[in-house]
Design a protein around this ligand. Structure first.
Ligand code: ATP
Length: 222
């Protein structure tokens, strides 16, 4: 996202349903200023004490959007989900009013295409993306998280079996040409590129980089 003039980023979230609320709250936690907008008075009031500001407004109404002085915001997220028409209208107005960055939560492929055509800067499919994530973690039970880098490469976080406890990590027989151990996570502490004599502890997680096939082969042996 483009850099802000001041140190504090200013964000706007249109629609404070489950998704919009969690984005807005997390941005606040990260120290951003967040204006939340919802047509539903209860939703806006519920979050009034948790966001920098909340406004009860129809985000499809361009005169209401003009009053919000959109240029103050470094990015605006359109998180109106179920009502695709409202999401499209809001996106269209934001773009024609020259909002700086417009991010859109899309529900269907058609919604995605229209948002793209309207010039949305980033488009998300939270349910679809979460579905893929859950399927991947179900398919690989000891994998806790992953990032797909493209070209079939992944960074994954795995929990090794207890049989590896107190064994030096050199016992893991990692082929460095195929799989790289980037770090070991233990609770909140992270050891980058541990030395071969590092002894694995209970609840250590391995953070590995490699191609899917090699990672799968390696993690199945853990
Ligand atoms: P989620 O899928 O994120 O849990 P939800 O199912 O609670 O959302 P949605 O229909 O996706 O609800 O809408 C998200 C939020 O957007 C709701 O809080 C709703 O009141 C709000 N909203 C819907 N239409 C508008 C609009 N025109 N202007 C502003 N907010 C709107």
């Amino acid at each position: 996202i483009s850099s802000a003039a001041s140190d504090v980023y200013k964000r706007q979230v249109m629609g404070l349903g489950g998704f919009g609320e969690s984005v807005a709250r997390e941005l606040m936690r990260l120290g951003h200023e967040v204006l939340g907008v919802d047509i539903d008075e209860n939703k806006a009031n519920q979050l009034a004490d948790h966001l920098t500001q909340t406004v009860i407004a129809d985000a499809t109404d361009d005169s209401a959007l003009k009053e919000m002085d959109l240029h103050r915001f470094d990015a605006t997220l359109v998180a109106i989900g179920e009502n695709i028409e409202a999401s499209i209208l809001c996106t269209m107005h934001l773009k024609s009013l020259h909002a700086k960055e417009v991010w859109v939560k899309a529900i269907t492929p058609t919604h995605h295409k229209i948002a793209e055509k309207l010039g949305a800067d980033r488009i998300f499919h939270p349910e679809y993306e979460m579905g893929l994530r859950v399927a991947q973690t179900m398919a690989h039970p000891n994998m806790l998280d992953y990032i797909a880098l493209g070209d079939n490469c992944f960074v994954i976080e795995v929990r090794p079996g207890e049989v590896l406890e107190d064994r030096p990590f050199s016992d893991l027989k990692i082929d460095p040409e195929k799989v790289r151990l980037l770090a070991i996570k233990h609770g909140n502490s992270v050891t980058f590129q541990p030395t071969p004599d590092y002894r694995l502890r209970r609840n250590d997680h391995l953070v590995l980089l490699g191609e899917e096939k090699a990672l799968r082969h390696f993690t199945e042996s853990l």
